[in-house]
Design a protein around this ligand. Structure first.
Ligand code: ACO
Length: 431
């Protein structure tokens, strides 16, 4: 990290302060404002962190203008094409692609942890059958700390690593069981002969009475979805995990907080909304009217799966997922009219001045819902799939933060606009 300085004049006093300016390896420079308050008595105001780097990180880089997404420097399209989710987990956690020996050891560590404590099963029985699976996930993942006390010393690197492995390994089991519970079907134990996505598919769709054969094309597509969702730098859920972790909270509590944040429709729930919208459009002949609605400033309707806060060009993940979508539908022999609507809608929107001038392109959610639907994943499990893939991103950021010697508890300041100091009035004297 190289350093420069800038001068900033604050307020009418004309007082000038010299602030350090850092350059990372990629991306814009940042001004270090930590001494601003001490020297000027002034805070900065940035709700939503639109212009604030909340931490230093070496994990993921996004260039939204150019449509670039790198995990530890590797382009997402190369990883999606050549790697597997477990290998990406290693890369995100440890910073380098593993050698064959390192990967074998990592895979064995993860597979050894796929089962969950038998007592944890009782938690499911406490939920209503129609509970949203994300509600179940928040509860069960948070409860893991009650079962794995042997690895909760966050200052011990071995403990941190075991907890991280446990989270990555157990998440598919916990997720599949949240679905099984909603159906009233028995839970299936993990089968460690299978790969990460295969194991999840079997626990989701298998039953103890029959063998379940995993379709390799479906498993590969799901593994890719996990890769594409594995990390996305300081998004809302990852920032939540870091903030929770900065207080010294245990890793299971932190990830549970991340799952809760991801659940929000502005974050993890958009692919569900895309599917609903495509269903409402119903046919290619209705696309024109839908586009007109989305362009009408008086109509709050937006084209779901289009636009992104960071990407101002084609979301690199959307390109990959579009390809996968065709592969999966062809393999399964699914002729989903929603895919025809999606492709025609994309083509039409990308040629509209409204979308071109506002740099609105399809995002990762535009096609992922169609794949998940074709695989047989119910819509209320879409965000759970996202959480499963994102778990490694959350634990990698949590580990990076804890290791950082300068980490302090996250504690934003505020611009107070409430009442000024006033005296308490007894109730009889209030009007
Ligand atoms: N359809 C129609 N118009 C849109 C859309 C859209 N999907 N997205 C943005 N616009 C328009 C806005 O109306 C605005 O127009 P104006 O300049 O005439 O007022 C302009 O484009 C800029 O919009 P902002 O809301 O300022 O853009 P921002 O970057 O803040 O929003 C967001 C990004 C929230 C993702 C937005 O594009 C959106 O609502 N998209 C649809 C929902 C969606 O797909 N979300 C998933 C995001 S990906 C993820 O979270 C994994």
């Amino acid at each position: 990290m190289s350093e420069d300085t800038c001068n900033l004049r604050v307020g009418d006093s004309g007082k000038e302060v010299k602030l350090p300016v850092y350059s990372g390896t990629l991306g814009p420079k940042v001004v270090d404002i930590r001494k601003l308050y001490g020297q000027t008595g002034t805070f900065t105001f940035d709700p939503g962190f639109l212009a604030t780097a909340s931490c230093e990180s070496k994990i993921t880089f996004i260039d939204g203008e150019k449509g670039v997404l790198l995990y530890r420097g590797y382009p997402i399209d190369q990883l999606a094409q050549h790697s597997s989710h477990l290998e990406v987990c290693y890369l995100l956690m440890y910073g380098e692609l593993p050698t064959a020996g390192q990967f074998a050891e990592f895979r064995s560590n993860i597979t050894r942890h796929t089962m969950v404590h038998e007592g944890l099963k009782n938690f499911y029985n406490g939920f209503r059958r129609d509970a949203h699976p994300m509600a179940t996930m928040v509860g069960v993942v948070g409860a893991l700390s009650a079962f794995y006390h042997d690895s909760l010393d966050i200052h011990n690197p071995e403990h941190r690593e075991i907890s991280a492995h446990r989270l990555i390994a157990k998440m598919p089991t916990i997720a599949a069981w949240s679905y099984k519970y909603s159906l009233g079907q028995p839970f299936l134990y993990p089968d460690n002969k299978l790969g990460y996505a295969e194991n999840f598919l079997r626990m989701m769709f298998g039953v103890p009475a029959e063998d379940y054969e995993v379709n390799p094309v479906v498993a590969r597509a799901l593994d890719r979805i996990f890769i594409l969702h594995a990390d996305h730098e300081q998004n809302a859920s990852t920032s939540t995990v870091r903030l929770a972790g900065s207080s010294g909270a245990n890793p299971f509590a932190c990830i549970s907080a991340g799952i809760g944040t991801l659940w929000g429709p502005a974050h993890g729930g958009a692919n569900e909304a895309v599917l609903k919208m495509l269903g409402e459009i119903g046919s290619v002949k209705n696309i024109e009217a839908c586009i007109r609605r989305s362009e009408d400033p008086k109509d709050p309707f937006r084209l779901m799966g289009f636009g992104h806060r960071v990407y101002k060009s084609y979301d690199p993940r959307a390109k990959i997922i579009r390809e996968s979508c065709h592969e999966v539908l062809a393999e399964l022999g699914v002729n989903d009219p929603l895919l025809d609507v999606a492709m025609a809608l994309e083509e039409k929107a990308l040629n509209e001045d409204y979308f071109i001038s506002r740099q609105l392109y399809p995002n990762v959610d535009f096609y992922s819902g169609i794949i998940l639907k074709a695989i047989g994943i119910p819509t209320n499990m879409f965000t759970v799939i996202f959480a499963l893939g994102r778990t490694v991103g959350w634990v990698s950021h949590w580990m990076e933060m804890i290791k950082e010697p300068d980490t302090v508890i996250g504690r934003p300041r505020q611009l107070y606009t409430g009442a000024t100091n006033r005296d308490y009035k007894p109730i009889a004297k209030r009007r």
